[in-house]
Design a protein around this ligand. Structure first.
Ligand SMILES: [Mn+2]
Length: 317
C-alpha cells in the first residue's frame, strides 16, 4: 500500500477511472476518492465510460464522460475496482498518457497492470479497501465520503448478505454509519426502489427461469426483443442473475444477456464451486461467488449450450 500512497502524494493532477459500465462500487469508490483527493488539494476528476445507469441516478454526478478526442494528460491515472486494464475500455488512452498509474482493487483475478498495485482479493468491495487507505493516510471520513463508501460496500455485499462480508467489513460499515449518513435510505434506493417497467420485465424473467441437472444449474436470458418490449436499457437488466439464484436447488446461476454487439454472461455460485475460473474460460473474470464475461459474435443460444456443457461436467462430476 505504501508505494500506492507515495504515487498519490507525488501527483498533482489525477484522473480516476473505474471499470466500464460503472456499478455502485466503482462509482462510489471513485466519488469517495475524488472527495479525499480534493481535500488533499489535488486537481482531480472522475472519468466514466458512460452515464451512470438509471438505477444509480441517486448517486452524485461529479464525473466526466470520456471523449476520445479530449484525452486529459495527468500525473497519475488511478484505476479503481478494475481487475484488468481491458476493463477500462477506450480510456486506456488516459492510462497510457499518464506519467504514473495506480490500481486499487479487490478482484482475485487482478492482473497487476499498473505501476503500483494494491489488490486485496479478500476485501468485499473496493470501497472497503479505500476506507482502510483513507484511515492510513489520515484523511477525515466526511459525510460525502461515508455515503459513497457505504453505497459501494452495501452493493458489492448484496446488502451485507454475501460470503465476502468479513468482520472488518461490518466494522467499517459501523464507522460509516457513525458519521450520521442516512443508511436506510441508501438501502431503499439500492434495493427497494424500481420503476414499474423494470419490475414487470423481472416478473417475465422469473417466469422463464430454466433449470438443468436437477435444478442445480439455473439460467435466465434477456434478448434485445424483451429489452425493447419493456423499454429498457441493457444495463437495467444487469442483476437478473440474482433471479436465477433464488431457485432453492440452485448451485450455480447464470444470466445471458444481449448488450449491443456483445452477449454478457454473469455467474453466481450458491455453493463452494468457484465461478471466477469458469468466467475466465469465457474470457472474463471476477470473484469466487460472482463473476462475468462477455462474448462477441455469438448468439445467446450458442453461449447457453457451451455453459450447459461446461457446468454439466462440474455439477455432475
Ligand atoms: Mn467491486
Amino acid at each position: 500500500m505504501n508505494n500506492v500512497i507515495e504515487l498519490i502524494k507525488k501527483a498533482n493532477t489525477i484522473a480516476i477511472l473505474a471499470h466500464e459500465n460503472e456499478d455502485a462500487d466503482a462509482a462510489g469508490s471513485s466519488f469517495a476518492m475524488r472527495h479525499a483527493l480534493l481535500m488533499m488539494g489535488k486537481d482531480v476528476a472522475c472519468w466514466f465510460s458512460n452515464k451512470l445507469e438509471n438505477h444509480l441516478s441517486f448517486m452524485e454526478k461529479n464525473y466526466n464522460i470520456f471523449d476520445e478526442n479530449l484525452v486529459p494528460s495527468v500525473d497519475l491515472c488511478l484505476c479503481l475496482d478494475c481487475g484488468d486494464v481491458k476493463r477500462i475500455g477506450k480510456r486506456i488512452a488516459i492510462f497510457e498518457k499518464a506519467k504514473s498509474t495506480v490500481s486499487i482493487d479487490h478482484h482475485v483475478t487482478n492482473t497487476n497492470f499498473a505501476d503500483a498495485n494494491f489488490v486485496d482479493g479478500d476485501a468485499a468491495a473496493t470501497g472497503e479497501i479505500l476506507y482502510n487507505l483513507f484511515e492510513k493516510m489520515e484523511i477525515p471520513i466526511t459525510k460525502e465520503i461515508a455515503e459513497n463508501l457505504y453505497t459501494a460496500i452495501s452493493a458489492d455485499t448484496g446488502s451485507f448478505k454475501y460470503r465476502n462480508v468479513r468482520p472488518n467489513t461490518l466494522e467499517i460499515a459501523a464507522k460509516l454509519i457513525a458519521t450520521g449518513i442516512d443508511f436506510p435510505e441508501i438501502a431503499r434506493l439500492l434495493y427497494d426502489s424500481e420503476p414499474t417497467n423494470v419490475m414487470r420485465f423481472k416478473a417475465e424473467v422469473m417466469k422463464n427461469v430454466e433449470e438443468y441437472f436437477d435444478g442445480t444449474l439455473t439460467i435466465v436470458t434477456a434478448d434485445n426483443s424483451i429489452l425493447k418490449e419493456y423499454n429498457l436499457d441493457e444495463r437495467e437488466t444487469g442483476d437478473i442473475v440474482n433471479i436465477a439464484r433464488l431457485v432453492n436447488t440452485c448451485k450455480v446461476a447464470v444470466s445471458i444477456r444481449e448488450a449491443l454487439d456483445k452477449v454478457k454472461i454473469s455467474f453466481r455460485s450458491n455453493c463452494d464451486i468457484s465461478v471466477s475460473g469458469i468466467a475466465q474460460k469465457f474470457g472474463g473474470g471476477g470473484h469466487d461467488k460472482a463473476a462475468g464475461a462477455a462474448q462477441k459474435g455469438r448468439t445467446i443460444d450458442e453461449v447457453k449450450k457451451e455453459i450447459i456443457e461446461v457446468l454439466g461436467e462440474i455439477l455432475n462430476g
